[in-house]
Design a protein around this ligand. Structure first.
Ligand code: X8Z
Ligand code: ZN
Length: 601
């Protein structure tokens, strides 16, 4: 095997003009392609596992050393990815079997960060990316020298406090922590773009958009189309929330018809607003329970909450998590070292070394996030029998949508079934239940969209480095209808205060996921024979729905995502009507409340 693989590489050297393969070897053949993808599969798996181990340690024990080791092993994996992307491109136009063609395609556009060929620049790029993530992990706002707050503590302030001055202070303090990485980010942009261009992409943004089984420009249009479908729902929610916040904070603070100040929405980034539910609840339709209070009253531990999450998946017919998951995961924030608390799910050996890294607190929000993370874990496991190159989601939106789909089954009825809630709220509370969900999921939609609208333009150069902060706020206004609560300048780097920017994680995936999850939920509810309105359907305990779900997950990245989508839903297009239909009763209610008042900004 290995010998053959080496031969392939030597022969491909001809194509690359690097070496000679002897007379009469001709152009690259289908057999060469098959050998190349086999070689790539094995080598990239080994390098991914090594990088995964180093990254795990770097994220759960931030030190200069772990950061350096992680950067170095990540660089090795990226360089091999770049090497194979270049080799794969040599087969453009060669007729090969479909699975080989798919693998060549994934090799060509699979990288998120492409390193430039120049070893010095490649090392610099990975050093910067590891450094920015570690900076984010370590960041703290210290109002006084002996009171330093991390994002977990600041997040709690946003969840609980309704004191505008306190919120403003927390907002300002956290956003200031990103200023020092602004220069690094600019350097990162140019190095990452150089790497992407060496692979034939216009820039890194075009490389990110190339991963959706369609032309990058067509994908951008598709995203715009989907946003137009859901925008009216968002605008109704926004107008209602703005009115209620005006009543809460006063007319001086919240305008009647302009954007909402970003520090008042219950979340550091104003991305989800469900923490505001207590002050936004429809007066006559409140279901009257608060998951955070219930979990706190029970003194639920991080492990117990995770096991409850696992039970949900078990009820659908998924297998128990491996013993090592419980031994190796980081479920709580360690007291004695710096870690990256931002929740994530890992598959360190790309087979069954599944782990979650999260700083769990007993809150409803974290309980939901656990289910999100476990969605990743069960996806990772479902596709682990595929060749390594196919061990990924159909597209990145799918990966983010699985756990969220399960969240949609966490209805009041489900909470009663698992004993977290004593009795079922009356049907008259449906609007309240929907409101809570909309504050989480509908509020998120424009945020999920705008981050990469900004990054795509920053990568393409349409946004210049000296306009990075101002354009960030232009887009936040355009899509979300929120505004910075304080004057901003180009000294600031507010995008850097959101994890996925310094960590270089593409974000459109979450926008897609927030549409796909409603489509998946609709399909699963149908399979489970649920005849109620979709928001009351839970597939908890339904093995048939679970089986259909797992079958889709098991496909991994082996085929274009529209085919995988069709497998579960019967449709091969992302369809925003699922989310619009789900929230239709709430939309009606919101529009009644908004009657005669301004909407939009
Ligand atoms: O980053 C996440 C997950 C890990 S993939 C916790 N999410 C986005 C965010 O927090 O910004 C989930 C929803 C959006
Ligand atoms: Zn996720």
């Amino acid at each position: 095997m290995k010998r053959n693989a080496v031969l392939v590489l030597l022969c491909l050297g001809v194509v690359l003009g690097l070496t000679s393969c002897g007379a009469g070897s001709g152009g690259p053949s289908a057999a060469d392609a098959a050998k190349l993808v086999a070689e790539a599969d094995a080598e990239l798996l080994a390098l991914s596992n090594q990088a995964g181990q180093a990254q795990w340690i770097a994220a759960t024990y931030i030190t200069q050393d772990t950061e350096a080791i992680s950067a170095s092993l990540t660089e090795k994996a990226i360089q091999a990815g770049v090497k194979y992307a270049k080799l794969a491109a040599k087969f453009d136009g060669v007729t090969v079997p479909p699975d080989v063609a798919r693998k060549l395609k994934l090799l060509k556009n699979g990288l998120v960060v492409a390193a430039p060929g120049d070893p010095k620049l490649s090392a610099e790029l990975t050093k910067i990316t590891s450094g920015m993530e570690a900076h984010y992990g370590r960041a703290k706002y210290c109002p006084t020298a002996d009171n330093c707050q991390d994002i977990g503590q600041l997040g709690k302030t946003f969840a609980e406090s309704r004191d505008a001055a306190k919120l403003l202070d927390a907002w300002k303090g956290w956003h200031a922590t990103a200023k020092p990485i602004r220069a690094d980010y600019v350097k990162y942009l140019s190095l990452a773009n150089q790497g992407a261009r060496e692979l034939g992409f216009k820039d890194s943004g075009a490389m990110w958009r190339s991963k959706y089984d369609m032309e990058p420009d067509a994908f951008a249009k598709e995203v715009d189309r989907l946003w137009e479908q859901v925008k009216p729902l968002y605008v109704s929610l926004h107008a209602y929330v703005r009115n209620r916040l005006r009543a809460q904070y006063g007319e001086q603070v919240v305008p009647a018809d302009g954007p909402i100040p970003a520090h008042l929405l219950g979340n550091m980034w104003a991305q989800s607003w469900d923490n505001l539910y207590p002050i936004l609840a429809p007066p006559k339709a409140d279901p009257g329970y608060d998951l955070t209070e219930i979990l706190k009253a029970r003194k639920a531990t991080a492990e117990q909450m995770t096991r409850m999450g696992e039970s949900m998946y078990l009820s659908l017919g998924f297998s128990p998590l491996p013993k090592t998951f419980w031994e190796r995961s980081m479920l709580t924030k360690p007291r004695d070292r710096e870690v990256v608390c931002h929740a994530s799910a890992w598959d360190v050996d790309n087979v069954d070394d599944l782990r979650i890294k999260m700083c769990i607190e007993p809150t409803g929000e974290d309980f939901f996030t656990i289910h999100h993370e476990l969605g990743h874990s069960y996806y990772q496991r479902a596709y682990n029998k595929q060749p390594f190159l196919f061990r990924d989601s159909a597209n990145d939106g799918f990966h983010e949508a699985i756990g969220d789909t399960v969240q949609l089954s966490m209805t009041p009825e489900y909470l009663v079934k698992i004993g977290l809630l004593k009795s079922l709220p009356p049907e008259s509370a449906d609007v309240g239940v929907l409101m809570k969900r909309a504050l989480e999921k509908v509020a998120f939609l424009p945020f999920g969209l705008m981050i990469d609208q900004w990054r795509w333009k920053v990568f393409s150069g349409e946004i210049k480095p000296e306009q990075m902060n101002a354009t960030w706020w232009e887009l936040r206004k355009k899509y979300q209808g929120v505004a910075a609560p304080l004057a901003r300048t180009e000294e600031d780097f507010d995008p850097g205060a959101k994890y996925h920017v310094p960590a270089s994680v593409p974000y459109t995936r979450y926008f897609l996921a927030h549409l796909l999850q409603f489509q998946f939920h609709r399909a699963l509810a149908e399979k489970a024979g649920c005849k109620q309105p979709l928001y009351r359907c839970s597939v908890y305990g339904n093995k048939e729905a679970g089986k259909a779900f797992e079958e889709m997950l098991a496909k991994g990245a082996s085929q274009p995502w529209p085919e995988t989508l069709r497998l579960l839903t019967g449709k091969s297009e992302i369809d925003a009507t699922a989310v619009v239909d789900y929230f239709a009763p709430l939309k009606k209610w919101l529009d009644e409340q908004n009657a005669g008042k301004p909407t939009g900004w």
